[in-house]
Ligand binder design. Structure first.
Ligand code: SF4
Length: 373
């Protein structure tokens, strides 16, 4: 079993990157790709190495990583293959023979001028994904926004979360003079961090107001969101908060307790989201479905949120055969069950979200003395 992990400096030649991961991983690699553009091959045929930027959040995601690897290998059997991103850090999951692990490359404070340097694979949980669809359609959220990296990793040690292993040491990027310039030079900015901290959120609310320019924020843990409640509401009142994403995982108190999550903060965050939504913010969350033997009722979550991403609980024991079965259940054969249970509700709420609550941005009248982007 391959246990070591290479660094990008050890690779010569040109590299083709493709991502099956989330925006945090994609944006990290994009920062490196923008700094070293001469090392990038936009087409796999032109590359010496092919790197899959991977996710390991569930076995479905791992299976998708490996299926993507298989797809490229079938087409380009003579290339050298690497698994990078989060799965590369899961030493308990063997990478397929012939592929190697690669530390995720990144270049701090590097603006991302060219997002086409790294391919973004279609989200595996969306059937018939069409890249031309609207930005709030399933699988599209955040995909076309400008990823402004403000941090990586997480300082907390929640037992159920693997971010502290897979995303490396927690770091906050807080040379604001550089980030502010990047913010002003790009449109539709999404702040990228695995777990943004209160001081960062507060500062970005201030900067968005200073420049009268909207932002979107993702991955705000409930216990952090409640500490920034007034700042976020203030930003929303000024129509400068476009999308707000805070993963609640569940709205069932017993489940939250079993997950050792902060129950009070979760409900307070849902309340905050209710208020943000009234102010025209598009609100998004994540849930974990099929959590042990607890009831699987997310009716209220789907009623409230404009966009819900779900993951089935996974015991973190990698077993490809089981993963194939679960993939079929959740995403293929299981569609009839799941359509009724999750997807229809999602669609209704999303359509409602688009029609009723999607705000228009940059409509706040310019105030005297406000610097315009
Ligand atoms: S940070 Fe989480 S969601 Fe993003 S690629 Fe890693 S495991 Fe997947």
């Amino acid at each position: 079993m391959e246990k070591s992990i290479k660094t990008i400096e050890e690779l010569g030649g040109r590299i083709f990157f493709t991502s099956t991961a989330c925006m945090s991983v994609w944006a990290d690699a994009l920062s490196w790709a923008n700094k070293y553009q001469e090392r990038i091959a936009k087409e796999p045929a032109e590359a010496d190495h092919i790197v899959i930027l991977s996710c390991q959040v569930t076995d479905l995601a791992v299976l998708n990583d490996f299926r993507t690897l298989d797809k490229y290998r079938r087409q380009y059997p003579d290339k050298k293959y690497f698994i990078s991103g989060c799965l590369a850090k899961r030493m308990d999951i063997p990478v397929p023979a012939g592929a190697e692990r690669l530390e995720l490359p990144r270049a701090d404070y590097q603006p991302i001028e060219d997002r086409t340097l790294i391919r973004f694979e279609p989200p595996f949980w969306v059937h018939d994904f069409d890249s031309e669809d609207k930005e709030f359609e399933q699988g599209h959220l955040f995909r076309n926004m400008y990823p402004l990296r403000i941090g990586k990793g997480c300082p907390f040690n929640c037992t159920y979360c693997t971010i502290r292993f897979t995303r490396g040491k927690f770091a906050k990027y807080d040379v604001y003079a550089r980030l502010e310039k990047e913010f002003l030079e790009h449109e539709d900015v999404l702040l990228i961090a695995d777990s943004p901290m209160p001081d960062q959120i507060k500062e970005w609310c201030r900067l968005a107001i200073k420049h009268n320019k909207h932002i979107s924020i993702r991955n705000i843990e409930p216990k952090i969101a409640v500490l920034c409640r007034d700042d976020l509401l203030n930003l929303a009142r000024k129509k400068l908060l476009k999308v707000f994403h805070a993963p609640i995982q569940s709205d069932n108190e017993a489940v939250l307790k079993d997950m050792a999550r902060d129950v009070e903060a979760t409900f307070a965050t849902m309340d905050l989201c209710r208020r943000l939504k009234v102010l025209g913010v598009f609100i998004a969350t994540n849930i974990i479905i099929d959590y042990k033997d607890f009831p699987n009722d997310f009716t209220e979550v789907y009623k409230l949120y404009d966009y819900v991403s779900w993951n089935p609980l996974w015991d973190r024991q990698w077993d490809r055969k089981k993963a194939e079965e679960r993939y079929a259940y959740y995403l293929e054969n299981g569609n009839e069950v799941n359509n009724a249970k999750f997807f229809n509700k999602f669609t209704e709420v999303t359509v409602h979200g688009q029609k009723e609550t999607a705000p228009s941005y940059q409509t706040v009248p310019e105030e005297p003395g406000v610097e315009k982007s």
